[in-house]
Design a binder for this molecule. Structure first.
Ligand SMILES: Cc1cc2nc3c(=O)[nH]c(=O)nc-3n(C[C@H](O)[C@H](O)[C@H](O)COP(=O)(O)OP(=O)(O)OC[C@H]3O[C@@H](n4cnc5c(N)ncnc54)[C@H](O)[C@@H]3O)c2cc1C
Length: 452
């Protein structure tokens, strides 16, 4: 039986980054990655396959970087773990021994078994699977009436892409009052809903899909909670993801209330020499430390880098083990992003907060040709002035400005420090130095604290 120093199960973003980082740090150690399929997809690019990219090969991703770094691949499914003997068995009949084992088995879409008709033909999911998505693309190409269930990021992004085909009738059903309501406050979601509608998607908020109706085994409509029906050649269920942890569970690893593998600050499970990283591993809220279920590629790869350094011994102390969720998306050419505790998250956790808001153009003067509105809101703890969250929308600059804010949250920057933030500005690239949006919003929050 072949033995490896490190065996990684899964070749998604977290498996690949653990593999590359770990192998570069430990070139003398042997690494094996077991992956069900060699061809993968950039998960975050999947929605854009439905129109803009239009060819599944344009969104391909795989473990080449890991192999280039000296790792070995086994295309197979890891099926059984003997933790006492440190042996992994695969569906193809291989057995390999490990010194360290990494679960990077990711997440799978939630199947709405509670909705009658979920198993009809042409009810599909946004799986992170090359061949499956290629098939879904074929189905959506020939479909005229499409219903997307779920107005989270993935549902919204997919619906917006499909609505770019003027011949298609795209309906999006969301049970909350607004789409994207887990990531943004109502002031942003009212705007994003309007943009979703303007993109051609017919939006049905405050509505549940009660039943999926079919004819000869194939979907033909969905029935909503208000009794109305929407015609459907294809139904795309985008109602969330759950950690893929069956193998871990069967192997006796501790699983938390969200179905994720429970880990400590260094991604170590309750079993010696077994780690878990990415969507399959536990996350905790950054203020409360309570169990959370954040599943993002950015978070997964951040964890994976830490684990890559610490596989054999803890070399990189993790000062900030909890998870700051940083979301971003673009709807009808307007970027939306949030980081950390937005207002409703703070309120739900009974955290005192004030907000500081500021809007301006993202270029200066505002007459510069490609300037866009830029609206920023900071969520701040009034007791000490620490920035605990924020959200923003506007032009493409939002995609990176939110990362500045995420670093400020992680470093526990206060609004008093933000006012002294030394910035670089340029007419063609940023807001004006006289009213840099993060600084102005911090001043507004300071004023709100002073008023208390
Ligand atoms: C449509 C979509 C859009 C997204 N957009 C964004 C975005 O814009 N920004 C962002 O930060 N995040 C985004 N995400 C989330 C992001 O994709 C996930 O957080 C990320 O994929 C997690 O990576 P992972 O490596 O932990 O898991 P996964 O990507 O799920 O990879 C797990 C891998 O393990 C393999 N595997 C599982 N079990 C076994 C087994 N027993 N044997 C062998 N192999 C196995 C699977 O086949 C899979 O390849 C998006 C997700 C989706 C679906």
């Amino acid at each position: 039986m072949k033995k490896y120093d490190v065996v990684i199960i899964g070749a998604g973003p977290s498996g690949i980054i653990v593999g590359i980082t770990g192998k570069k740090q430990n070139p003398q150690k042997s690494f094996l990655m077991i992956t069900e399929k060699e061809k993968g997809l950039v998960p975050c690019g999947i929605p854009y396959l439905f129109h803009d990219l239009d060819d599944v090969k344009k969104n391909q991703m795989g473990p080449k970087g890991f192999v280039d770094a000296g790792g070995e691949l086994l295309i197979d499914r890891a099926e059984k773990l003997d933790a006492a003997e440190k042996i992994i068995q695969t569906a193809g009949g291989e057995s390999v021994q490990y010194d360290k084992l990494v679960f990077a088995t990711g997440s799978v879409p939630t199947v709405p078994t509670f909705i009658e008709g979920y198993d009809l033909d042409n009810v599909v999911y946004i799986k992170k699977d090359f061949d499956y998505i290629a098939e879904v693309m074929q189905k959506t190409k020939s479909a005229q009436d499409i219903v997307v269930i779920g107005g989270g990021f993935i549902g919204v992004e997919v619906a917006e892409q499909l609505a770019k085909f003027s011949t298609k009738n795209v309906n999006l059903v969301e049970m909350e009052q607004h789409c994207l309501s887990r990531a943004f406050s109502p002031s942003a979601t009212i705007k994003s809903d309007e943009l979703i509608r303007q993109s051609g998607v017919k939006l049905h908020c405050n509505q549940k899909v009660n039943q999926i109706l079919g004819e000869k085994g194939k979907v033909k409509a969905v029935q909503l909670s208000d009794g109305s029906q929407l015609k459907a050649d294809v139904v795309i269920a985008a109602i969330g993801y759950r950690p893929n942890t069956k193998l871990a569970q069967n192997s006796g690893l501790e699983i938390n209330s969200n179905g994720a593998i429970q880990c400590d600050n260094y991604l170590r499970t309750n079993q010696k020499d077994i780690f878990a990283v990415g969507d399959c591993s536990s996350t905790s809220g950054f203020i409360t430390g309570r169990t959370d279920n954040i599943m993002l590629a950015s978070t997964a790869t951040a964890e994976a880098r830490i684990l890559g350094y610490n596989l054999f011994n803890i070399k990189l102390i993790r000062n900030f083990p909890n998870t700051i969720s940083v979301f971003s998306t673009e709807i009808n050419q307007v970027a939306f992003a949030s980081a950390g505790a937005i207002e409703q998250v703070a309120a739900d956790a009974q955290i005192d907060y004030v907000v500081g808001k500021f809007s301006d153009k993202d270029r200066h003067p505002a007459t510069i040709a490609d300037s866009s509105d830029l609206c920023v809101k900071l969520v701040v703890s009034p007791g000490d002035g620490k920035i605990i969250g924020g959200e923003m929308y506007g032009g493409k600059s939002v995609g990176e400005l939110i990362n500045v804010l995420a670093l400020a949250i992680q470093k526990q920057v206060t609004v008093y420090e933000m006012v002294g933030f030394q910035i670089g500005t340029h007419p063609l690239l940023t807001t004006a130095p006289t009213k840099y949006v993060l600084i102005k919003a911090a001043e507004q929050a300071m004023a709100a604290i002073a008023r208390q």
